[in-house]
Design a protein around this ligand. Structure first.
Ligand code: HEC
Ligand code: HEC
Length: 351
């Protein structure tokens, strides 16, 4: 009986560690963020509200500290902190307003029926000056070196864009690239984003945007693999050496553009969890506030394909490992039963 009791205590402590302490430690080390949300409007408004709340708390703390300080030097310091906190709150509020405005415009455009054929004509006037569209016979206007130098990054071919990216995201991107990519903190009037905003070619601009999106969707293949998503949406900045994918962008240009060297993603699935990648790719600003990695706007399907692909490249032995784990547990259960029976047989006379 004693052995059973020991076993029960052991099992209880193991379960407490596995389901209690480990997840708790995890939440302490990785601050909690809301799960990925593919309704991009909701995602942006929610995150903007979180930022406002954080800024309000910091401001309230700064106010308290100012009220409590009585040394002159200290008052001056706390007043400065208060001013900075007020400024942060104002810019957080501006952030919310700009996202409400952007998604309000997207809503207007969504009401319109896009015409793919006219969209093709608009595209060939507004977009092929920078983007290739190989499936339709438009070669990229520059080679990789020139594109890196001019834009900081090799401008992507858009043959599959209609399948890779979320439809509403594409609409938002065309009317305001920096905001759709959530890089408004980095790019502004003085430091403009390399992809220009589309203001229309003379007809109703909203209708023109709806037409471009309809066109991109009409020419995209129905199904695309995780590798194709990577090539379209990530490869211009990230290597994936384990699958022999090397980014076309020149490193010095990319570093100057991004402010850092985007890492090789071969092993990222092991360095970070699947859950982390799900929220990070959906909205990088949530996990790393202020990062220059853009929200690339994948739809849910292409993001899932991409993550399975990264798993396959970086952790191809995962399913083998899981199966082996079950075998090991089974082996130890059988071993424990045999050991128990054997022990009883040997010690029988002594008890
Ligand atoms: C325009 C360039 C660009 C594109 C496109 C891009 N990234 Fe990044 N990415 C970056 C930069 C820059 C960093 C480094 C960010 C930092 O350290 O703040 C980064 C970092 C990352 C990280 C590491 C995050 C961490 O916690 O350290 C992951 C994961 C990642 N990117 C995934 C992706 C995936 C997946 C795609 C395609 C769907 C992609 N990126 C597309 C520029 C890019
Ligand atoms: C002045 C050059 C320029 C023009 C004109 C331009 N783009 Fe871009 N576009 C870029 C650059 C540069 C990038 C890559 C930016 C980056 O990775 O940081 C880009 C990226 C994109 C992406 C990928 C975004 C993502 O989430 O990864 C799409 C889609 C796109 N452009 C669509 C369009 C469409 C549609 C038009 C026409 C209305 C257009 N672009 C016009 C320069 C341009």
């Amino acid at each position: 009986m004693k052995e059973i009791k020991i076993l029960i205590v052991l099992v209880i402590f193991t379960l407490i560690t596995y389901y209690g302490i480990e997840p708790f430690a995890h939440t302490q080390m990785n601050p909690h963020v809301a799960p990925a949300n593919f309704n991009m409007e909701q995602e942006d408004i929610d995150l903007a509200n979180v930022k406002i709340k954080e800024a309000q708390e910091i401001l309230a703390n700064a106010q308290n500290r100012l009220e409590q300080s009585n040394l002159e030097d200290d008052i001056e310091k706390q007043q400065k902190a208060l001013d900075a906190a007020q400024k942060d709150l104002d810019s957080a509020k501006d952030g919310l307003v700009s996202y409400e405005e952007l998604w309000g415009n997207v809503k207007e455009i969504k009401r319109l029926q896009g015409d793919a054929e006219i969209g093709g004509e608009v595209f060939s006037m507004a977009c092929v000056s920078c983007h290739g569209l190989k499936s339709q016979g438009f070669e990229p206007p520059f080679d990789d070196a020139l594109s890196s130098e001019a834009y900081g990054v090799v401008v992507p071919d858009l043959s599959k864009a209609g399948a890779v990216y979320d439809k509403d995201f594409l609409t938002a991107l065309i009317i305001n690239p920096a905001h759709a990519l959530k890089l408004g903190h980095k790019f502004n009037d003085e430091e403009p984003f390399p992809m220009t905003q589309f203001f229309g070619l003379g007809e109703d601009p909203n209708q023109e945007v709806a037409n471009i999106v309809a066109y991109l969707q009409s020419i995209a293949p129905q199904d695309i693999s995780g590798k194709e998503v990577f090539e379209d949406a990530c490869l211009r900045c990230h290597d994936l050496k384990y699958d022999n994918l090397l980014r076309p962008t020149e490193q010095t240009a990319l570093e100057a553009y991004m402010g850092s060297n985007p890492p090789d993603l071969s092993m990222i699935i092991r360095a970070r969890s699947v859950g982390y990648l799900e929220t990070f790719i959906n909205d990088p600003q949530k996990n790393i506030p202020g990062t220059s990695m853009p929200r690339v706007g994948l739809n849910e399907k292409s993001q899932n394909e991409l993550i399975s692909y990264l798993e396959q490249i970086g952790d191809s032995k995962k399913s083998e490992r899981t199966t082996l784990g079950y075998f090991m547990v089974g082996f130890f259960i059988i071993l424990a039963v045999l050991a128990y029976l054997w022990k009883n047989a040997v010690w029988k006379e002594l008890h």
